[in-house]
Write a protein that binds this ligand. Structure first.
Ligand SMILES: [Zn+2]
Length: 154
């Protein structure tokens, strides 16, 4: 199930998507009409299946065809997997930022950090150094950096 929190301002509609994108998800209905840019916050998307992928692409290709501008913020792991597998998954929208999973070798905690894709590109897709909240911790990126950020390669 997918829930959507919406906030319309003068120039943009911000939507925060939470949950799973599967059968029965109707993005047209959930997001509805909007003015200006569409900002899609993806942090809370926990899963998208193959039907969800078709729904997603139909929706965003459709608003792209209408000349709408849309941006994806804080793309979660399931969304990054699709971006890596399907070359036009963003459908012409800008991927502004992604979530990066880390774990700490010392205190065993796991956490995520958000990173702007423009910063990652400026640093040749090098994963930024991130620390957990305790001093002298040793956070390590929890995935294969090359595979995880493959979609940002040029
Ligand atoms: Zn730690």
């Amino acid at each position: 199930m997918l829930t959507v929190n919406k906030q319309q301002t003068d120039h943009r509609l911000e939507v925060e998507l939470n949950g799973t994108i599967e059968e029965n998800v109707n993005l047209d209905q959930l997001i509805g009409p909007f003015e200006g840019e569409l900002i899609v916050k993806c942090r809370g998307i926990t899963r998208i299946n193959s039907v969800g992928v078709k729904t997603w692409m139909r929706y965003f290709q459709n608003i792209k065809a209408q000349g709408k501008i849309f941006k994806f913020i804080d793309c979660s792991h399931p969304i990054i997997e699709q971006l890596n597998m399907i070359s036009n998954f963003a459908c012409g929208g800008e991927v502004v930022s992604v979530l990066l999973p880390f774990s700490c070798l010392k205190c065993q905690s796991e956490f995520i950090a958000s990173s702007k894709t423009s910063d990652l590109k400026a640093n040749h897709l090098k994963i930024p150094a991130v620390k957990c909240e305790k001093p002298e911790c040793a956070a390590q990126f929890d995935d294969d950096p090359e595979e995880y950020l493959y979609f940002l390669e040029e």
